[in-house]
Design a protein around this ligand. Structure first.
Ligand code: FAD
Length: 320
């Protein structure tokens, strides 16, 4: 950031130029599924792609660091919060166009799953298991139950670093296991590439049969995941040929707790925040588990969740 960040002036500019209302010191915990995280210096909602484009361009033109927030289902935001601007992506238009589903970045994946089911289109069933947005799903190549974003995405419309807008076919998005080119383009000053919208190419199928598959996914999740308790889904990526949950379980780490954060008894690769914990609690559990797996199995677990915001005051242990 070039100049000191003057939140009052920036909020006034945003209102004048784009008609967007920004709030100062907005607590972020309630916008994440882990329910942790301090305030954003400045927080603005993009209600449509016009606002999303405008706010990002506005921030870049003034070198204001920004964080895009979807449903906050893959994020652990620090207790100190986020310096700069948080842009909450709530552009939520969608439509079915024959065998395609065309959606803005902020459409919840679960809604994409049910809307396409009702239209008799198969392929987005896995979306029911993803409590995030279409933008977040493209970013992560989110997937579940044998499906993933890479397999059904036809194209995504991106706002690039130079301010231009392109619609790229899926094979230019460098999809791999929980990875896309959006992750390559991460930057502390703000994402270099932003998903504005996506088009999924689906397969006509019997709506009743698709509904049955959605019910099966619902049932499986209820049985295997700690739903209804704050979490950010799987904490670690599965190491090649193994499962992070299996390794953690085998080391007897289920139930390992720091403050309000604990390794789930139901799914060892989930950390749940069951007692109003802090982001620090969550990170301390993460680091303990990672160190144990490293020490006792010789395997380095990589994070699937993203630690976001200002972690400069974080300490691994409580001061004595
Ligand atoms: C209970 C639970 C179960 C889960 N199960 C699964 C699962 O089965 N499979 C799976 O893959 N994931 C799973 N997740 C993780 C999570 O839902 C996915 O990673 C999801 O894709 C994140 O989307 P989001 O909108 O919440 O992104 P956020 O968490 O809000 O953001 C994640 C990252 O994406 C960036 N981002 C968000 N929107 C955009 C955009 N429009 N353009 C560019 N970047 C953007 C953010 O800046 C951030 O860096 C689960 C999470 C929970 C809580």
């Amino acid at each position: 950031m070039g100049e000191p960040f003057d939140a009052v002036r920036v909020a006034a500019d945003l209102a004048r130029r784009l008609g967007v209302k920004a709030t100062r010191d907005e607590p972020l915990a309630r916008f994440t599924t882990m329910r942790v995280g301090g305030p954003a210096d400045l927080y603005a909602v993009a209600h449509n792609t016009f606002e999303l484009r405008g706010i990002v361009r506005f921030a870049r033109a003034r070198a204001i660091p920004f964080l895009l927030l979807g449903r906050g289902s893959n994020l652990v935001i620090s207790d100190a919060g986020v310096r700069g601007l948080v842009i909450h992506v709530k552009a939520e238009e969608s439509r079915v166009d024959r065998d395609r589903y065309v959606s803005d970045a902020g459409v919840p994946m679960a809604r994409a799953a049910t809307e396409t089911q009702a239209a008799g289109l198969a392929g987005l069933e896995y979306g029911l298991a993803i409590p995030g947005t279409v933008g977040g799903a493209v970013w992560a190549n989110a997937g579940a139950h044998g499906g993933d974003t890479a397999s059904v995405l036809e194209s995504a419309t991106l706002l690039l670093e130079d301010g231009s807008e392109v619609t790229l076919p899926a094979d230019e998005l460098r999809f791999a296991y929980r990875h896309s080119r959006l992750k390559d383009a991460m930057d502390p000053a703000g994402a270099r590439e932003i998903v504005l919208g996506a088009t999924f190419r689906l397969r006509p199928d019997d709506a009743v049969a698709i509904k049955g598959r959605l019910e099966e996914i619902r049932r499986w999740r209820r049985e295997h995941q700690p739903l209804g308790i704050p979490s950010a889904g799987s904490v670690f990526r599965n190491p090649p040929g193994d499962s992070a949950g299996r390794l953690i379980d085998q080391l007897g780490l289920k139930g390992y707790r720091v403050g309000g954060a604990v390794v789930s008894e139901k799914h060892a690769n989930f950390i749940v925040n069951d007692r109003g914990g802090t982001a620090t609690d969550v990170r301390r559990v993460v680091e303990h588990v990672r160190a144990q797996v490293q020490e006792r199995c010789g395997i380095t677990l990589a994070l699937e969740i993203e630690l976001a915001g200002d972690w400069s005051a974080y300490t691994p242990q409580e001061a004595a």
